[in-house]
Ligand binder design. Structure first.
Ligand code: ABU
Length: 374
């Protein structure tokens, strides 16, 4: 019997077409990016898988106001920030695509449950770009179940122009997926997760890409079956390495560990034990993130859906230039000292919608080819 060789990467594009989707790492020169949106945003529902990842004060507000539209007082400053961020990216010559505005208050249902939506602020979570393929991820927050629909016009356009487009098996999100006994571990207790292995689930933001090597943290939105699904889907051309996080309520790798260029990796000293990094990273320069400059504005503190380490949630424009919030003075200085060129852009209010620059974007095309860096 003939051996069948799986062809991946740019060669898989129909003849005569160059895929508009092509990104193999987190640092090649950025040419095209999807940036999220705030219009129609709704406070996420108080399902245990949502609540367990939201900081204390915001979780209490969320429980009270779940399913209501975000108030103007939160939307307006964040809207100004995202507008400024888009203008900055465009001024750097980067093509910016945006999802459709959607009314996330509209209730939807599956045979087993119903929910209102959330928002499409963070395309980094719902789609994973591997080379010329975009994978819609099997997300676990019920309120995000149909989030990629607002990106479908963009996905169809990329598909027509030669990209590969995949949707991972849509999870059922029934009770069997969630451990009813789960509670966030206290300091010193072993890390545990709310998810069972009932079905594969993952958010794309639990992965980062270094060419043929991908790295992942298990979390309250990514289970071992989800990682295994991606491993089998990508096949022999890729290796997936798991990184242990000490975060008591882990959700998304990009405030825990993130590569800034080939051979350079930024780590969160609170969540990463350097001695337990995958051996393959041993030759890389470890850049230890400085303690975040404290957020003192009470409104920002109460409304943030994120942990304090958003100073790490930067976006590389290329191997040198990096977009960072001017509030994070210690991080800006550290980046300069490491030889990077920070570009400042205000973005603190976006945390109420789920993230920083890395979360708010999905790099669709970066210059560079598929390589092994190890
Ligand atoms: N979506 C990234 C935010 C993760 C965190 O709360 O640290």
């Amino acid at each position: 019997m003939d051996m069948v060789t799986r062809v991946r990467g740019p060669d898989a594009v129909p003849s005569g077409q160059v895929s508009p989707v092509s990104s193999h790492d987190e640092w090649g020169m950025l040419e095209e990016v999807i940036v999220g949106r705030l219009e129609g945003a709704v406070i996420p529902s108080d399902h245990p898988v949502v609540t367990c990842n939201i900081p204390g004060m915001a979780a209490r507000a969320q429980a009270l106001f779940a399913g209501f539209r975000y108030p103007k007082i939160m939307i307006e400053p964040a809207q100004r920030e995202i507008d400024g961020f888009v203008a900055l990216l465009q001024s750097l010559g980067i093509i910016v695509r945006r999802p459709d505005a959607v009314d996330h208050r509209k209730r939807f249902s599956t045979p087993e449950w119903s929910s209102r939506g959330f928002c499409n602020s963070c395309p980094r979570d719902s789609m994973l770009v591997i080379g010329d393929e975009i994978i819609e991820t099997p997300m676990v927050w019920p309120c995000r179940y149909f989030e990629t629909h607002s990106y479908r016009p963009i996905l169809k356009d990329y598909f027509q122009r030669g990209a590969r487009w995949t949707s991972a098996p849509r999870p059922q999100l029934t009770d069997e997926l969630f451990d009813p006994e789960f509670r966030v571990p206290k300091k010193g207790e072993p890390i545990s997760y709310i998810l069972t292995e009932f079905e594969p689930v993952f958010d794309a933001a639990d992965f980062f890409r270094c060419g043929r090597d991908l790295f992942v943290t298990r979390s309250n939105v990514t289970n071992a079956s989800g990682i295994e699904w991606l491993r089998r889907h990508l096949g022999d051309g890729y290796r997936i390495h798991e990184i242990k996080s000490c975060c008591p309520n882990p959700m998304h790798i990009d405030t825990t560990i993130l590569p800034l260029g080939p051979g350079k990796i930024l780590i969160n000293p609170e969540y990463i034990d350097v001695d337990h990094l995958p051996a393959i990273l041993k030759g890389w320069d470890i850049l230890v993130a400085p303690e975040p400059d404290p957020i003192t504005d009470p409104m920002l503190r109460i409304t943030s859906l994120c942990g304090k380490w958003l100073n790490m949630n930067v976006l590389m424009v290329d191997e040198k230039r990096v977009i960072v919030d001017p509030h994070h003075i210690a991080m800006t200085r550290a980046l300069e000292n490491w030889g990077f060129e920070p570009i400042l852009c205000e973005f603190l209010h976006y945390a109420a919608f789920g993230g920083g620059f890395h979360c708010a974007t999905l790099d669709v095309r970066r210059r560079g080819t598929l390589k092994s860096y190890f």
